[in-house]
Design a protein around this ligand. Sequence first.
Ligand code: COA
Length: 169
Amino acid sequence: MKTLLYPGSFDPVTRGHMDIIRRASALCDELVVAVMHNPDKRGALPVQKRVALLERCCALYGNVRVIAHGGLLIECARETGASAVVRGVRPLGDFETEYQMAQVNRMLGGVETLLMTTCEDCASISSSIVRQIAVFGGEIDSLVPEGLADDVRAALGRGGEGGQDGSAG
Ligand code: COA
């Protein structure tokens, strides 16, 4: 069985992430989407919330499984039996970081990384832009998967869950 691993912070999941999930899930028997911890980022949404939002969006794909993993990417790849990691690359500046991550993960764990170019419509979307707009009560419907906007706003807005330590445990 061919398993691919799509790791990320998903804080929160955006339409850009879903574009990669849709296309990557068509290339394998199973796609494992892993909510992981990026030490360079302070989490906004609790990990369980990020997983729940992803599970809702991925329910229509029969071969996509969502997990949370608090360790190294190479450990997650080994534990899930993934033959490769998938990452999305936006045109503005993602490549250098992704190249370095891919090289290190191959050196340390023998894990290959497949880089997929993001769709044109998604090139300017990022989780931090979604968070910033949502916190001020702005319109995020076109940035997050269909049906998720209210939930994301509630989790991030004033009186929501935003501000908690969202690190993957
Ligand atoms: N379209 C549009 N935007 C996209 C996108 C797409 N297809 N894919 C990602 N993005 C955006 C995200 O919204 C996010 O925006 P933000 O920076 O404003 O938050 C950004 O690009 C990248 O986020 P995402 O892919 O969700 O997660 P990440 O890059 O923070 O994830 C980990 C990095 C978690 C995979 C990495 O830190 C990791 O492997 N951690 C585990 C520890 C480890 O092994 N470290 C060593 C790695 S060599």
